[in-house]
Design a protein around this ligand. Structure first.
Ligand code: NDP
Ligand code: PYC
Length: 345
């Protein structure tokens, strides 16, 4: 039987934060990174859990992210556009700094956007979209990545896996949240298949010659495919436009040029839009939250499940029983804590 260890969420957080502090990150960076990585493990999202620590440390060691960055808020008084410059650090502390002002502005104006510039982003988007729904607001979050996805009809990496997340607050329960890559799968999933020696499902990727492949190595050397053919390709392109070009930050091909590799976490910007359902529905019949519940009940009533329900079930289990890690994962955490940046190449 494989040996496992179960840790409380707080104990796992303490370990992960200690790893980042040992690696030279300042408190604001280490705390925010530990929160998002532990949330990934807690919610059984392995592709953005502790597996991401090494990539973050490699990026620090390569000098492509500033370990001591302190994000700066430009609240742009009265405007619907709030900006945070991450100052070359990770996106997560920049988001934490900007979200209270974003929420205050969206409640006042009905809609507001948070623009994060000059950040390294490796995490899932649902923690951010849930921070918006926790404020009683609907949220849209998106960012580019690096050129790893061929546009539909093409055969070379150009678009990023460009994640896209949406959240709707529900007064009496967990929010409605979806969050996915605009490629068939996140790149982290391909890497996890490679590490496990498993073939990919068909339709995820093409090799360097443009032929379909199920070999993770060939897929990493070739290109991933957008989800839903031309539809995912267009949404991925929209994200390059809105969360790259429109906010004056890097697009996925520019990120790859800058980094020269996909083994480091990507450096670019991020766009978060918050909307007040009450403000949009004002003067129209019906309560938007009650009407949304009717829609959700109809979906579930057909036997379908709402996105994020798997995560919320996993979260409940972790909150009561803790997070279970394999012996290899525990060894990885111990090694990273012991050796700091010397543990990564
Ligand atoms: P998945 O395909 O695993 O899941 C996408 C969403 O669909 C989730 O909200 C999931 O909910 C939901 N879902 C899955 N199956 C069903 C179903 N049968 N019925 C209803 N809903 C369902 O996501 P991806 O692999 O595309 O992305 C994984 C993560 O990677 C995301 O969090 C994304 O933000 C992150 N990512 C980050 C990038 C970055 O640059 N920072 C780049 C690319 C991806 P549930 O979780 O409950 O199953
Ligand atoms: O899983 O595709 C991915 C990814 C890219 C950058 C961060 N996550």
């Amino acid at each position: 039987m494989t040996q496992t260890t179960t840790l409380s969420i707080a104990a796992l957080h303490e370990r992960v934060e200690a790893i980042f502090l040992k690696a030279g990150l300042n408190g604001v960076q280490a705390g925010a990174l530990a929160r998002v990585i532990v949330a990934g493990e807690r919610d059984a999202c392995k592709s953005h859990g502790i597996y991401r620590i090494e990539g973050a440390l490699r990026t620090v060691k390569a000098g492509k992210v500033k370990a001591d960055a302190v994000p700066e808020l430009d609240s742009n008084e009265g405007s619907a556009i709030v900006k945070v410059n991450a100052k070359g650090g990770f996106a997560n502390p920049a988001f934490e700094l900007g979200v209270p002002v974003l929420a205050e502005r969206a409640r006042k104006l009905g809609i507001a956007a948070l623009v994060i510039n000059d950040c390294t982003h490796f995490s899932a988007l649902w923690p951010e979209v849930e921070a918006v729904t926790n404020e009683g607001l609907a949220g849209l979050v998106m960012c580019p990545s690096y050129a790893t996805v061929a546009p539909t009809g093409g055969n070379k990496p150009l678009l990023g896996t460009n994640p896209f997340a949406f959240g709707w607050p529900r007064p009496n329960g967990s929010p409605y949240v979806f969050d996915f890559a605009t490629s068939v799968a996140a790149r982290g999933e391909i890497e996890l298949h490679r590490r496990a020696g498993k073939q990919l499902p068909e339709g995820w990727a093409i090799d360097a010659e443009g032929n379909p492949t199920t070999d993770p190595e060939a897929a990493l050397a070739g290109a991933m495919l957008p989800f839903g053919g031309h539809k995912g390709s267009a949404i991925g392109t929209m994200i390059e436009l809105l969360a790259g070009i429109m906010i004056g930050d890097l697009t996925s091909p520019e990120v790859l040029d800058y980094l020269g590799t996909t083994t480091l976490a990507p450096f670019h910007g991020e766009l978060i839009i918050a909307m007040s359902p009450e403000a949009f529905a004002k003067g129209r019949p019906g309560d938007p939250f009650a009407r949304a519940e009717t829609l959700f009940e109809a979906i579930v009533g057909q036997g379908a499940r709402l996105p994020s329900q798997r995560r919320f079930v996993a979260r409940k289990t972790s909150e009561t029983a803790g997070v279970t890690l394999t012996a290899a994962e525990m060894e990885q955490l111990d090694r990273l804590l012991d050796k700091g940046l010397d543990a990564v190449s």
